[in-house]
Design a binder for this molecule. Structure first.
Ligand SMILES: *[C@@H]1O[C@H](CO)[C@@H](O)[C@H](O)[C@H]1NC(C)=O
Ligand SMILES: *[C@@H]1O[C@H](CO)[C@@H](O)[C@H](O)[C@H]1NC(C)=O
Ligand SMILES: *[C@@H]1O[C@H](CO)[C@@H](O)[C@H](O)[C@H]1NC(C)=O
Length: 444
């Protein structure tokens, strides 16, 4: 449908009374019209296309790039050697390979799109709005049905690629979910941008999106209703859960340098046939259910979910799910877990979890020393799941109980990491996680 008149509005609200029965596959879409059907079909095709049949090639490539960056800093082997060297890197310290690719360029503002060449891991083919013009958000207001030019909702619903930036610092209070379309970058560098005190960001049946350098916090559930979800389309939605970022049936997503805390539901959900995703350099605090990868034990298309979680600081007051995974393959690499209340990483439905070079600091509670949690499964079953740890540093009595193929970590590229203890490097690798303050003509 196009812009709604009163009659269609009444009709849609009538339909809305039935939507509770629509299965979760179409979650939050109250009017699953041809427009959304088409998007869903395309999304299913994207899942097949973007699934990587040899994930070890992606994990090895990632680890190799980290090792090379560290060796450039002379950190091949001992932390001491690294620390000595670190003092002499005075100007810009880009300590991991993704940051090294762009962060120390004083002309970052003129070369914004350079960022799109910097992603590693399963989301490494993501380009966002690289092939499109720059769109400057000038107005922090939000209108669901007729978003004004210059507002974020107007930007993310345009057809075609766009690189979206901000003219000034602003707090954007979204009235309902921000429904993004494909081939977009939201680039908060140069401004202090907060998505807060309203609804969160939804990427549903889309591809190729970069979210970079914004704050997301105090996200509330939405009531749903009519929301612009494409350049010439308004769709009817049901309630939203209050997730910070919801990735639903979407591929090639890169979430980088985000500071996220205090959302009503999850911080980041990756569900219903999403793949080719990298979450990196984020700083996450103050939350219960942090990241959910795969929402249902009977939704087997999530076997093709492949996600990299890297250089992220799981900071204060976190409880569980960093992440919690169903099916799929997740490379959890070089993250800093400084606190958890219940557990760090968990799952069900035999996901593969390759944990490499992380630092896990257990809480004081003697009953919560275990990094992992296998949900609702007996050891006879989970003993066959590949959950492996290599180069991880376990602090304060943290326990990592591996399962499955004892060679799984080696198979996924640990050879490249044996020259040093990467878990000990984590404080440097995540030193600049979260949003960065970027001034024109200076390195970020
Ligand atoms: C680190 O190791 C690489 C090869 O693995 C080598 O090329 C490089 O010179 C080494 N760097 C230092 C500082 O030892
Ligand atoms: C790394 O350090 C250890 C001792 O700490 C040493 O035995 C080993 O040879 C070193 N490796 C390299 C590649 O320098
Ligand atoms: C990225 O694109 C290349 C070239 O098309 C392809 O070979 C690769 O499988 C894609 N995915 C990943 C994760 O590298």
């Amino acid at each position: 449908m196009a812009t709604p008149d009163n009659q269609t509005l009444t009709f849609l609200i009538f339909c809305l009374s039935f939507v509770v029965m629509i299965p979760t596959l179409h979650a939050h879409i109250a009017d699953f019209d041809d427009f959304w059907r088409e998007r869903e079909l395309q999304a299913k095709q994207n899942l097949e296309n973007e699934y990587h049949p040899n994930p070890e090639q992606v994990t090895e490539h990632f680890n190799d790039r980290v090792a090379r960056t560290l060796s450039e800093f002379g950190a091949n082997n001992t932390t001491r050697r690294w620390l000595r060297k670190k003092r002499s890197i005075s100007s810009c310290k880009a300590t991991n390979p993704m940051d090294q690719c762009w962060r120390c360029d004083p002309n970052w503002e003129k070369n914004r799109k350079r960022l799109a060449d910097c992603v590693l891991g399963f989301g490494r083919n993501t380009t966002g709005g690289k092939d499109g013009p720059i769109y400057i958000v000038t107005d922090g207001a939000d209108d669901l049905l007729n978003p004004a030019p210059g507002t974020l909702r107007h930007a993310v619903t345009r057809n075609g690629p766009l690189w979206i930036t901000f003219a000034r610092s602003m707090i954007i209070k979204l009235k309902e979910e921000l429904l993004m379309t494909s081939d977009k970058t939201i680039d908060g560098r140069g401004a202090n941008v907060h998505i807060a005190y309203g609804a969160g960001i939804t990427i549903q049946f889309m591809k190729n999106v970069i979210l970079h350098n914004i704050h997301i916090h105090h996200i509330l559930p939405g009531n749903g209703g009519l929301i612009q979800d494409g350049a010439n389309h308004v769709g009817l939605r049901t309630r939203s859960d209050g997730d910070g970022i919801s990735v639903f049936g979407s591929t090639n997503i890169w979430l980088d340098h985000l500071s996220i805390y205090k959302c009503s539901d999850g911080i980041i959900d990756i569900i219903q046939g999403s793949t080719a995703i990298t979450i990196s350099n984020c700083h996450i605090t103050d939350h219960n259910d942090v990241m959910l990868f795969g929402a249902h034990d009977n939704y087997t298309p999530d076997e093709k979910m492949q996600v990299t979680v890297a250089f992220t600081r799981f900071g204060k007051n976190l409880v569980q799910r960093m992440p919690r995974i169903r099916f799929g393959f997740v490379h959890v690499v070089n993250n800093d877990y400084t606190y958890w209340n219940m557990y760090a990483i968990g799952g069900s439905s035999h996901p593969t979890i390759i944990s490499q070079g992380n630092r896990f600091r257990a809480p004081r509670n003697i009953a919560a020393k275990e990094v992992l949690k296998r949900e609702f499964t007996s050891p006879e079953v989970w003993k066959n799941w590949d959950w492996s740890s290599e180069g991880d540093v376990l602090l304060n009595g943290a326990i990592f109980i591996e399962s499955g193929d004892p060679n799984a970590a080696k198979k996924y590229g640990v050879q490249k990491m044996v020259a040093f203890k990467p878990g000990q490097m984590v404080p440097m690798l995540v030193e600049f996680s979260g949003t960065l303050i970027c001034n024109p003509s200076k390195p970020c």
